[in-house]
Structures are given as structure tokens and as C-alpha cells.
Write a protein that binds this ligand. Structure first.
Ligand code: CP
Length: 306
């Protein structure tokens, strides 16, 4: 029997899968709706807040003709509040749903869920661990906007220490040739050494930089992130990191004409809303791309392709 198709971490994908996923996503973006999953149920289990990931997954399921069972806030309104373990919740929900999309605050929670699940687990973010479906839509956006993935120069800016989106995206970019990553982060938000040593092992050119303005003109993509207050145990550390880097129309003017600005969103001040008018601002298209990628991923997990 074929294994259950969980989506847990970026390392699990290869370039062949990614090319096929993007092809499927292109097709779904044209079709907009496909009634492929009539009578199929997705459980949406979010222990942390979300706008894009939860709503796009739920919209994706409805656009595929399926239905959704969900809780507004699993931390308060599921039996987690009574002390139930992830493992027990997942085994129970597997009896009601055909796949489970889960966001949790603990690193490794999706892996734990996948170990006991009888239906696919789609990791919608596990603490400061990974956010693979975000990274897939990020990569799709890079391909769409820049027309290539080999040879890209990407600056990752902001919270690289706790940012699960940059971790997952770095793993994916490492699969392509001649990629260069520039990490621009406050002292307390530097990229963790596990990713740095993985990237070096994969031959990715890496460098750390503190001057954002100097970096802007050197890259194909500036990938901004929010400094995540909720991940800091020491609020003094947070205060030192917050507001370190901000894109404005003035410094964005240093960027090359064909380059792009991405952000997984939400933003809280690191991109001036005036920048939204700039043609290089790709972040709202990026969020929209989450719909097509997640439709394709749901179909993949339920073995409708691949
Ligand atoms: N990018 C992202 O994960 O956004 P949400 O937290 O709103 O889902």
C-alpha cells in the first residue's frame, strides 16, 4: 500500500515534484474551481492565529468541492484545553476527516502528528520550526515573477532565528543551482546554525550583512519578515530587534527594476504601505498564490496526482 502523503517539511521535496506542483498550480489558477473532491472533508486545526494559511486552505478545499470542519482556536476550543495530547486529537480527527491541516506552536508537532495519523497531515506551521506550504507558495512566486530559480540572489531580512518561513524557503532554494543567500538580521535574530550548516553542505553561497540599504541593489528578491514578538521570552531582546529594518519608497528606489519584494505577511511596520504601489511589491500576489498551491497540495495529498 502506498504511504500516506504527509506534508511536514521542505526537505521532503525534490525538483521534479516542485516542477509538477507548479504546473498543477498554474492549471488551477486558470480553472479557479474544480469539483474534484465532492464528499471529502478537511479538518482545519489551528492552535495559533492565522489569516492567510487557514483561510486559503479552507477556501482551497471549498473550491475543490470538498468541505471543512474547523475550530476558530484549537488552543481554547478543542480538548487541548482539557489536556488532550496532539497524538490523541489527531487519531480522533482522522476518523472524521480525510486530511488534517494543522498549525501548532511546538517545533516538531507536525512530525508527531504524522507519526500517528491515518490520514495526511499538512503542516501549516510548527512553532519556529517549518512552514513548508508557505515556502512552496514563496518558491512558486519567485518562479512566476523572476522566471527562474537557478542563479537567484535572495536577501532574507528580519527574524531569521524564529522565522519558520525563511527556514523552509532556505531548504527549498538549496535545491537550485548557483543560489546566493544574504542574511540581514539583528544580532538576536540570526539564522540558526542548523540551517547554515545544511546550506553550506549543499554548496549555497551565504553571507551575513547588517546594512539593508547596501544589500537592496545587489539582489533579485528581498524577502522581508516580521520580528515575531510572540516568540521572544525576553521582551528586552525583542525591543532591541524591533524596527531594525524597514522598507520605504526611498530605500526601495535602490533596488533593480526587475527585482521583487516578498513578505509572508502579516507585516507590522517593516514595509511602509507606500511601497505597495511599487511594481516590485509582490507580497499580495504571493498571498493569493497560496490558494493555487494549497489546492494542488490537497489534491496531491489525496492522491489525485503524482
Ligand atoms: N504567512 C502566514 O503564515 O500567514 P498567517 O499567519 O496569516 O497564516
Amino acid at each position: 500500500m502506498e504511504a500516506i502523503r504527509h506534508i511536514v517539511e521542505s526537505q521532503q521535496f525534490d525538483r521534479e515534484f516542485l516542477a509538477e506542483l507548479f504546473q498543477k498550480s498554474d492549471e488551477l489558477a486558470i480553472l479557479q474551481r474544480v469539483k474534484a473532491l465532492d464528499g471529502t472533508t478537511m479538518a482545519s486545526l489551528f492552535y495559533e492565529p492565522s489569516t492567510r494559511t487557514r483561510f486559503s486552505f479552507e477556501a482551497a478545499m471549498y473550491r475543490l468541492g470538498g468541505n471543512v470542519i474547523t475550530t476558530e482556536n484549537a488552543r481554547e476550543f478543542s480538548s487541548f484545553a482539557k489536556g488532550e495530547s496532539i497524538e490523541d486529537t489527531i487519531q480522533v480527527l482522522g476518523g472524521y476527516a480525510d486530511l488534517i491541516v494543522m498549525r501548532h506552536s511546538e517545533i516538531g508537532a507536525a512530525k508527531r502528528a504524522a507519526e500517528v495519523a491515518r490520514v495526511p497531515i499538512l503542516n501549516a506551521g510548527d512553532g519556529a520550526g517549518q512552514h513548508p506550504t508557505q515556502a512552496l507558495l514563496d518558491l512558486y512566486t519567485l518562479q512566476q515573477r523572476l522566471g527562474r530559480l537557478d542563479g537567484l540572489k535572495v536577501a532574507m531580512v528580519g527574524d531569521l532565528r524564529y522565522g519558520r518561513t525563511v527556514r523552509s524557503l532556505a531548504y527549498l532554494l538549496a535545491k537550485y543551482n548557483n543560489v546566493e543567500l544574504i542574511f540581514v538580521a539583528p544580532e538576536v535574530c540570526q539564522m540558526h546554525h542548523d540551517i547554515v550548516s545544511y546550506l553550506k553542505g549543499q554548496g549555497v553561497a551565504l553571507r551575513e550583512e547588517t546594512d539593508l540599504d547596501r544589500t537592496l541593489g545587489q539582489v533579485d528578491c528581498v524577502y522581508m519578515t516580521r520580528i515575531q514578538k510572540e516568540r521572544f521570552l525576553d521582551l528586552n531582546e525583542y525591543a532591541r530587534a524591533a524596527d531594525a529594518y524597514r522598507l520605504t519608497p526611498q530605500n526601495v528606489s535602490r533596488m533593480a527594476a526587475g527585482s521583487i519584494i516578498m513578505h509572508p505577511l502579516p507585516r507590522v511596520g517593516e514595509i511602509d504601505p507606500e511601497v505597495d504601489k511599487d511594481p516590485r511589491a509582490a507580497y499580495f500576489d504571493q498571498a493569493k498564490n497560496g490558494l493555487w498551491i494549497r489546492m494542488a497540495l490537497i489534491l496531491y495529498s489525496l492522491k489525485h496526482w503524482g
